[in-house]
Design a binder for this molecule. Structure first.
Ligand SMILES: N[C@@H](CCC(=O)N[C@@H](CS)C(=O)NCC(=O)O)C(=O)O
Length: 217
């Protein structure tokens, strides 16, 4: 696609924003970096609230077009930039990717968020969330034992959804230290197919560079 270069508004460590950065990277789309400083309240600044009234990231701006919601952005990117599909090349495979992404949003987004926040804040864990997370990881690991990515031979939107989510849990687990529940400390180590998938995804050109900058320290 020719036209204005997309501008990505993001905050370091935001899984939804990281999804968009991964999609841009996999598709090889050059973008303008509009990183916001959450601590300084830049996502609540009046100019940003005009783009995203909730003060959330990601927001993608392309000329006069403003898109919020990470999944909507991923879907738009795949229509606007047809190279390297992230919703698969065929309609039947795309249905599987959509199904996975919608199930991730509906079923595991809440347990992932609650678990990561409990780890980062040092608050108590809801065992139901931990069990849901473990069940989901069991299912993904069993699929990844037979194929390189959830989306098949290459990373699709479902992989793009899961990768930042599991890194968020891993980051919280590392910071929580001994207080982290065993389900979190062994989330990938007890599931080799999931650990291999994380390594495989990280090895895709450009992906390692998208790791949240403030998590590197
Ligand atoms: N459903 C939205 C979720 C966006 C979201 O929750 N963003 C969070 C970061 S993970 C945010 O911007 N938080 C900043 C704030 O609310 O101050 C999406 O997928 O884009």
């Amino acid at each position: 696609m020719t036209g204005p270069r997309p501008q990505l508004y993001w905050i370091s460590g935001s899984p939804p924003a990281w999804r968009v950065m991964l999609a841009l990277t996999l598709k090889g789309i050059a973008f303008e970096n509009r990183q916001l400083d959450h601590g300084a309240g830049e996502n609540r600044a009046p100019e940003y609230l005009k783009l995203n009234p909730k003060g959330q990231v990601p927001t993608l701006v392309i000329g006069d077009l403003v898109i919020r919601e990470s999944i909507a952005i991923l879907a738009w990117l795949d229509r606007a930039y047809t190279q390297r599909p992230i919703w698969s090349a065929t309609k039947d495979d795309a249905a599987q990717v959509w199904q996975d992404v919608m199930e991730m949003e509906a079923v595991i987004r809440a347990p992932v968020t609650a678990t990561a926040q409990a780890l980062l804040r040092g608050t108590s864990h809801d065992p139901t969330n931990l069990a849901s997370l473990a069940d989901a990881c069991d299912e993904y690991a069993s699929r990844l034992a037979h194929q390189p990515f959830l989306g098949g031979d290459s990373a699709m939107a479902s992989d793009i959804w899961l990768y930042p989510a599991l890194h968020w849990i891993a980051r919280g687990t590392a910071l929580a230290g001994p207080k982290a529940p065993e389900i979190c400390t062994s989330l990938t180590s007890s599931r080799p197919a999931l650990a291999d998938w994380m390594d495989r995804f990280r090895a895709v050109p450009g992906v390692a560079d998208t790791y949240p900058p403030h998590w590197r320290t």
